[in-house]
Design a protein around this ligand. Structure first.
Ligand code: ZN
Length: 681
């Protein structure tokens, strides 16, 4: 499966300050909230220890971050056919506006622009729904007319008509990724990965390409767009130099070429070289060989992702959204994941799943804690807190995978969550709040470590089982599997034995939070009347609802009413662990056997439907707190300087790379559009 990201759970949990205090970078401006609008809060993250890297490492990071930023337009275009011209239009209105910036229309417009920038297009990054403008059509038309008069718009009136429709007609291209059962997922999804083609046609096209006997199967569709021409022929438009997105890919290659010179080892230079080759040829076999080289380079401190990686943005889970994260290892914190990786076989051998579905030999799980230096493409502004790649199952089986926890991002989340009132409102009593204060930060990080480092890498398919057998439910069930693996082992005495926890009861903090989130508080992210659709949310709901129902006879978990408010109470943590183990066993069976019907039944029964009463209550209580359900980040700014300390772009003159954290949200977006937009003329 292609879904190896962990997003922050309830982004709103307070945890102990003491764990964090000594790791904060003094360069961090006080308070890390940069902007707040709609359902979004934008934070800053700092990059600890960047200044301690060698000049070579800094140059390597510098050119990798440039390569990262050059891909921005690709992702915008993948997310929707009209996103790039829409961005140009909105930014032109914003920057040229000469009226009252405090007027209701302009304020609403500004919010809309911020939402679109955050979504990398006109769709919400999580719900996939199109944003609804709060400004009037007349006001906007007036501003567009002004721009036209001033000759500041590069668009034909036909394009302007369509953009107006995109903005103001809620039914037009309404949803980026539709997952509703029973509909043609391609025709009803507005993402720009397919054109004029139906779901059965797409499925037939790839079924014909797939060689089911290939032991090293190609990830068909990962780097292409599928189009049906007017004459009925089907054409795969490959993302490559000289192909689709060529202008952006050329700039990515250019910067990768520069970065290669500062690679930490010949091995890392070979990784970069192979990636360049992939961008030049579009050959997915080359992408696999690049992925293998990348997986095997575990020595380099600086590392990066750059390419078409995760497929959440494709209703059929095939095409990878472009993303890049440049990072380097946090040597101290990596001791934690090293302990897990070293014992990977023990965890595999002792898991509750049927021995037939366990891996007899867990291959090279390499895990580390990293600090992100830049977030880009699909990883920006909203970003994962953990990543496990590569996604190709056969590579994972034969060569292992790299798993990371992004510590400076989890730290930024944690910093932002202090004293926001969430625990006081939703956590049942003071002892439970104390438990969370004391153990949630560490158990939450460990949960991510276990999920990424061991969970996704665990288990195996029976011979002949199609890795895509679970189809549209594959992503949800894969996340469910990884989460259950993590939950099950969080309560294991092994973690205390390994020195990762100092109290055998610490896991209860994560258990409480997980059940609270899955049963109740994640509903804050759902609009009234809607169901749960996003894969990670479905996974959390599936686990929590299943455990609640199967523990009902013994009252393992219950809903308690206090002063008319609903709370979650956990009566038997040990039994809850047992239930997580039972469900893990079943989910692994479903995955190993490719039992689509059983997987679908679980998802439909537990993961989708929302209790309208409870939903209403959660939203009302949440509204009193003014906490943003979603968070994202502005990037630091890197400036290469010469011997005199002046900025330079001439490679030979660079004597240092400076990092600053002052840039604000919209200025960053406008700068990116100005300096890194190879696909917009
Ligand atoms: Zn995952």
């Amino acid at each position: 499966m292609k879904l190896h990201k962990t997003l922050a759970l309830a982004s709103a949990m307070a945890t102990a300050t003491t764990i964090m205090a000594n790791t904060l970078d003094p360069a961090n401006p006080s308070g890390n909230v940069v902007d707040r609008f709609a359902d979004i809060e934008v934070l800053r993250y700092v990059v600890p220890d960047f200044n301690n890297l060698s000049l070579n490492q800094k140059k390597l990071i510098y050119f990798l971050t440039e390569a990262a930023l050059q891909g921005r337009d690709i992702l915008w275009d993948q997310n929707g056919k009209y996103n790039l011209p829409l961005r140009q239009l909105l930014e032109a209105v914003y920057t040229n506006y000469s009226g009252d910036r405090n007027s209701a229309d302009f304020k609403a417009f500004e919010t809309y622009l911020k939402q679109v920038e955050f979504g990398n297009g006109v769709y919400h990054h999580y719900s996939m729904d199109k944003f609804i403008p709060g400004f009037s059509k007349e006001w906007f038309a007036g501003e567009v007319a002004n721009l036209k008069t001033a000759n500041r718009l590069p668009f034909s009136s036909a394009t302007l008509d369509i953009l107006e429709k995109v903005i103001f007609d809620p039914g037009f291209m309404a949803k980026r990724v539709n997952q509703a059962a029973g509909e043609d997922l391609i025709l009803t999804s507005a993402c720009n990965l397919y054109e004029n083609i139906s779901q059965p046609e797409v499925e037939a096209y790839y079924a014909a390409l797939k060689d089911t006997t290939d032991l090293t199967p190609i990830s068909y569709g990962l780097n292409s767009r599928l189009v049906k021409n007017p004459d009925g022929t089907i054409q795969e438009q490959v993302y490559m130099l000289g192909g689709y997105y060529s202008d952006a890919i050329a700039r990515i290659i250019d910067n990768l070429d520069k970065a290669k010179k500062y690679a930490e080892s010949p091995q890392q230079a070979a990784v970069i070289e192979e990636l360049i080759k992939f961008y030049r040829t579009g050959d997915l076999k080359t992408f696999d060989s690049y992925s293998i080289l990348w997986t095997e380079d575990t020595d380099s401190q600086v590392d990066f992702i750059n390419g078409f990686i995760e497929s959440y943005g494709d209703p059929l889970g095939m095409t990878g959204a472009w993303e890049s994260i440049v990072n380097f290892r946090d040597e101290k914190a990596s001791a934690r994941t090293k302990a897990l990786a070293t014992n990977a076989q023990w965890f595999e051998d002792n898991s509750p799943v049927d021995p037939r579905f366990r891996k007899p030999h867990v291959k090279g799980v390499s895990a580390k804690v990293i600090n992100a230096a830049i977030l880009a493409g699909d990883a920006y502004p909203a970003t994962p807190i953990g990543i496990n790649l590569p996604n190709a199952n056969w590579i994972r089986a034969a060569h292992g995978s790299k798993s990371v926890t992004i510590e400076n991002i989890t730290r930024a989340y944690d910093d932002a969550s202090h004293g926001n009132g969430f625990n006081e409102e939703f956590v049942i009593d003071q002892p439970t709040r104390d438990l969370l204060d004391k153990y949630l930060f560490i158990t939450d990080n460990l949960h991510t470590d276990l999920h990424e480092c061991l969970g996704h890498g665990s288990g195996r398919l029976l011979p002949g089982v199609d890795p895509d057998a679970l189809k549209a439910h594959g992503s949800t069930l894969e996340e469910t599997r990884a989460d259950l693996f993590a939950l099950y082992y969080l309560a294991d005495p092994k973690l205390v034995e390994l020195g990762l926890l100092d109290n055998p009861d610490a896991y209860k903090a994560e258990y409480y939070k997980y059940m609270l989130n899955g049963l109740m508080t994640q509903l804050m992210r759902i609009e009234p009347g809607k169901e749960v659709e996003e894969a990670h949310m479905r996974n959390r709901k599936l686990i929590a609802e299943w455990a609640f129902e199967h523990g009902a006879d013994e009252n393992v978990v219950e809903y308690v009413k206090k002063d008319g408010k609903t709370f979650i109470q956990i009566n038997d943590y040990a039994k809850l662990r047992d239930l997580f183990g039972q469900l893990l066993k079943e989910i692994q069976r479903i995955k190993s056997e490719g039992d689509y019907a059983a997987g679908e039944a679980l998802v439909e029964k537990y993961a989708v439907k929302v209790d309208p009463q409870l939903h209403k209550e959660v939203l009302a209580r949440y509204a009193t707190l003014d906490i943003a359900p979603y968070k994202g980040f502005v990037n630091p700014v890197y400036v290469a300087v010469d011997a005199n300390g002046n900025p330079t772009t001439t490679e030979e003159e660079i004597t240092d790379v400076k990092v600053t954290y002052e840039e604000e949200y919209i200025p960053q977006m406008l700068r990116y559009s100005r300096d890194y937009s190879p696909l917009t003329k």
